[in-house]
Ligand binder design. Structure first.
Ligand SMILES: Nc1nc2c(ncn2[C@@H]2O[C@H](COP(=O)(O)OP(=O)(O)OP(=O)(O)O)[C@@H](O)[C@H]2O)c(=O)[nH]1
Ligand SMILES: [Zn+2]
Length: 205
């Protein structure tokens, strides 16, 4: 794994001032980012999130998924604790890239679900490899996290390369009529732990 640290700077946000650490994957040319707040290399479990890039949800306000809502909620949670880490991983479209994600969305517009769409395009449902996180967390001095996710694969992946996951914290937010089917497919076919949110949010709305 050839992910190397390149530079750090401050990153002021509406939620607080983070430190941004830039990394380069020399094999793929992908540029990954970690945002940290507070002291994270002191051996106590760090509130953390692995966030896979979603240009449409994170930057373009898409309601087809829950990514933008989760990104904001994770940064807010870290700011509220005054300590934490968010790895922003350039794994657009669960690893198939933006243009293929648009192709997959086109198939979904015609009725396919998110898994079927990937498969029709010749991809596995989820192509992400979390090994890039290992050198990033090592650089930051983080060995144990409380992970904000509904995705058990992320927990398994971290534990697989020696990062302790002291706790999984559900990150269930942003359910709307446009992403209900997407979230149901994630729960039904990809193993995401989302059951309660659907009930909870449906009852509230
Ligand atoms: N291929 C494909 N990717 C999608 C689709 N909708 C969203 N994505 C991508 O799915 C990924 C979602 O990332 P995350 O929110 O970090 O991961 P997650 O597996 O949902 O897990 P948690 O949010 O941690 O519970 C991003 O890379 C999105 O670009 C889709 O319909 N097809
Ligand atoms: Zn998204």
């Amino acid at each position: 794994m050839s992910v190397v640290f390149v530079a750090s700077s401050l990153l002021p946000t509406p939620f607080g001032v983070f430190t941004m650490h830039g990394f380069l994957d020399e094999q793929t040319g992908k540029e990954h980012v970690a945002l940290t707040m507070g002291t994270v290399d002191d051996d106590a479990p760090v509130l953390g999130r692995l966030h896979s890039e979603c240009l449409t949800g994170d930057a373009l306000f898409s309601m087809r998924c829950d990514c933008g809502y989760q990104l904001e909620a994770a940064l807010q949670a870290i700011a509220a604790e005054g300590r934490g880490v968010l790895l922003y991983l350039r794994q657009e479209g669960r690893g198939i890239g933006l243009l293929n994600k648009i192709r997959a969305y086109a198939l979904q517009d015609e009725g396919a679900d998110t898994v079927e769409a990937n498969e029709r395009l010749g991809f596995a449902p989820d192509m992400r490899d979390y090994a890039i996180c290992k050198p990033m967390l090592a650089h930051l001095g983080i060995a144990e996290v409380e992970l904000m996710t509904n995705n058990p694969r992320k927990v398994k992946a971290l534990e697989g390369f020696g990062i302790r996951v002291a706790k999984r914290k559900a990150l269930q937010i942003g359910l709307n009529p446009h992403n209900r089917k997407y979230l149901e497919t994630k729960a039904g076919k990809l193993g995401h732990l989302l059951g309660e949110i659907h009930q909870g949010e449906a009852e509230q709305s």
